[in-house]
Design a protein around this ligand. Sequence first.
Ligand code: MRU
Length: 331
Amino acid sequence: MRVRALWWDEGRLALLDQRLLPGREKILRLRTVAAVANAIRTMQVRGAPAIGVAAAYGMALAAAQPRSTPEKTAKLLRSTRPTAYDLFVGIETVRAAWSNGDDPLAAAHAYREKIVEECRKIGEAGASLFQRRPNVLTHCNAGALATVEWGTALAPLRVARDRGAKLFVYVDETRPLLQGSRLTAWELAREHIRHAVIADNAAGYFLRTGAVDAVIVGADRIARNGDFANKIGTYEKAVVARENGVPFYVAAPWSTFDGARPDGSAIPVEERDPNEVLEFGGRRTAPLASRARNPAFDVTPAKFVTAFVTPDGVLRPRELAARLSRIARPE
Ligand code: MRU
C-alpha cells in the first residue's frame, strides 16, 4: 500500500509517528498548533516537505481557535527547526491566506496537494536517469515519509521500478537517528524494491568499487547557485561520488529552493541534542565524561551536483538561478 506521512482527519492532523518506525506503526491525531510544533521539533514528523505541510495544517488548526493570531502562530512554528526552507514556505502560505481573510484550512489542503503533485512530477522527471544506472545509493530518508507521498529522491526510483528498471538501492543507515535504516528501508521493503542497508562509513567503499552507478538525495534548502543543505553526511558522499565519476543527483520540490539566498554559506544548520550521538537505542555508548557535537545537516557545494531533479525537469546547477527568479519567496 502507498505510504502516506500525514493526512487531515475530521478536524485533526493525523500523522505516522516516525520516531517509532519500523517497530511500531502508531498514528497520532493532533488537535492543536502546540502539538504540531512539538511533533515537528521532536521529529515525529520530519523531512523538509512533510514538515512544511504539517506546519501549514498547524496554522489552520490555530486559525480555528478564538484568541490566536497569524503572526504569533507563525512565530511559534518557525521556531521548531531552522534548516528546511519548506517549513517557512508552508507557514507563510497559510499565514497569508489567514491574514487576507481566506480560508486557512483550504490553503493548507491546497498546499498539501501542490507538494504531492510536485513530488509525483519529480518521479516522472527523474525516472529515466536510473534505467541504465540501476544501482543507486541514497542517504537519509527522502521518501513518502519525508514528503507526504511519493518522496523526492525515492520518487524517481519508484517510477523507474514501475517502468521495469532492475533497481538495487544502497541505503546509508544515517546516524545518529537512522532515517535510512529505519525509514527508507521500511518504505523500500513495503514496495519490494531490492536494497541493502549499509553503515554510513561503508558508502565510500561501494562508490570506489563500482557497485554504485548513481547517487540521489533530497534536500532541506537549496540556494540560488545550487549549494544545498541536506542530512549530515551528504557532503562527503557527494565528494566521494565526484572522485569516482559517479553522478550525484538532488531531488526537491520548489518549496525547498531558497531563491533569495545567493549561496549556501549562511544556511542555518540545526545542532541537535548531543545525547543523540552519545547514546544508541537509549543506551549510553560513549564514556560519561565525553561530550558530543551533533549538527543535523551539512551544506554541499553546487560543484558536486550533476543535476537537480525538479517538478519541471532535470536542471544543471547553472540553469537554476534563471528558473528561481520566477518563484515567489516567503521571507
Ligand atoms: O532531520 P530530518 O530527518 O528531517 O532530515 C531530513 C533530510 O535531511 C532529508 O534528506 C530532506 O529533508 C529531504 S526530504 C525529501
